[in-house]
Design a protein around this ligand. Structure first.
Ligand SMILES: [Ca+2]
Ligand SMILES: [Ca+2]
Length: 404
């Protein structure tokens, strides 16, 4: 039996069936039926054309919002990222606060000045030399003392948001709301160490050296701890370093020269004297000519040029004026004296990576070797040809791709 297409469309029952099928079905249809279904679907999509009336002007409308994202699968992933340390539920904050309050009751008018802050730091269970940052964070810097109320408010806030030493230390030292430490944030801490550490009492009569010592220690801290070279020490960098442990050691060791990391006065003295010798006009800056005299002209003029090019220093003043500050000299000296530490390796790598592509090419190595060869020839020593040296280096390093 043949059914005409037109009669098919008129049949309400069949139309309903077709509409149902057009919505989607998953049983197999005879091919003839499929063809009809297709033409029906097309008719549904394309509304009948009315050639007489002009099309309506487009109505500007905002794009419809995207459909809401499907709800996330209900899998419980335990929290694994704790930027301020792992919360310790066994710590009783009220008990900790009680101890601090008790320490304050022993003080006149329940106020602490910077000297009495030592007792408060110990009542808080902190290393002694956290006292100045604690004092300043609670507003002591402005008024010359901290009251029990202002300190407890600060300390309670800290205990509720910081769960390990690194996060507490950053909270105390950083500018309000910051999660990293910049160089100047360390000044009050170090000034307090200069003022109160028994190993530095002789500095009392030499205030002009306070800032030099403080600058040196800050540079050493950033040289070792700020492995990202950003000028900002993060909590993660602090946790990976030995800085907080070293700071805590200061309290037990009266001879500051025993603390060879960061704080040694002898180390400062050596670094500063070397700088003083080079800085003949004592304006606290040296130029390439001054630096070339370091260690009996050991550095080549090409590497010195790179040292002043901004490859290993920050700030435009250096590049502009071709001079190196005392702070930058500290970095140079540590890198020069200890070529094995990570920062030192990166320091010299940056100097030699002329095009800054993160790879030392044969050309870059040859560029620096060339000048040393000339100098050796000048001294009557026959230098090793670069090719031979290169072979030795390639054997040693075994680079993944040849020539890099
Ligand atoms: Ca100078
Ligand atoms: Ca390169």
């Amino acid at each position: 039996m043949m059914i005409k297409d037109s009669s098919l469309r008129e049949d309400p029952d069949l139309r309903g069936e077709l509409e149902f099928l057009a919505r989607g079905c998953d049983f197999v249809l005879p091919s003839r039926f499929k063809k009809r279904l297709k033409s029906f679907q097309r008719a549904q999509i394309q509304p009948e054309k009315k050639p007489v009336s002009p099309p309506p002007p487009p109505i500007p409308r905002s794009p419809s919002p995207p459909p809401p994202a499907p709800p996330p699968p209900s899998v419980n992933i335990p929290r694994f990222y704790f930027p301020t340390g792992l919360p310790n539920l066994t710590v009783n904050i009220d008990e900790a606060i009680g101890k601090v309050e008790a320490a304050f009751t022993k003080l006149q008018e329940e106020k602490a000045d910077i000297y009495e802050m030592a007792k408060i730091a110990k009542a808080c269970g902190c290393p002694l030399y956290w006292k100045a940052p604690m004092f300043n964070c609670a507003g002591g810097e402005r008024t010359g003392f901290v009251s029990v109320h202002s300190f407890i408010a600060t300390w309670r806030k800290l205990l509720h948001s910081c769960y390990d030493d690194a996060s507490k230390f950053v909270y105390l030292l950083a500018k309000p709301g910051f999660t990293y430490l910049e160089q100047e944030d360390f000044i009050p801490l170090l000034q307090d160490i200069v003022d109160t550490h028994p190993g530095l009492t002789f500095l009392k009569d030499a205030p002009e050296f306070h800032s030099r010592y403080i600058t040196t220690v800050i540079q050493r801290i950033f040289y070792t701890v700020n492995r990202s070279w950003t000028g900002r020490i993060t909590m993660t960098e602090l946790r990976r370093s030995n800085f907080l442990q070293t700071l805590a050691l200061l309290e037990e060791e009266d001879d500051i020269n025993q603390i060879t990391d960061y704080f040694s006065y002898e180390h400062f003295y050596v670094i500063y004297c070397k700088f003083w010798e080079l800085d003949t006009d004592h304006d606290l800056f040296i130029d390439p000519k001054d630096l070339s005299r370091y260690n009996d002209h050991a550095s080549s003029s090409r590497i010195i040029e790179r040292l002043f090019s901004g490859a290993v220093t920050r700030g435009i003043s250096v590049q502009k004026e071709g001079r190196m500050s005392y702070a930058e000299f500290v970095w140079f000296l540590i890198s020069e004296e200890d070529k094995k530490n990570q920062t030192s390796i990166e320091y010299w790598f940056r100097c030699m990576d002329l095009d800054g592509d993160g790879v030392l090419s044969m050309y870059e190595l040859e560029f620096f070797y060339e000048e040393q060869c000339e100098r050796m020839e000048g001294m009557g020593i026959e230098p090793l040809p670069f090719q031979d040296l290169l072979c030795q280096m390639l054997d040693l390093v075994k680079p993944e791709s040849y020539g890099q």
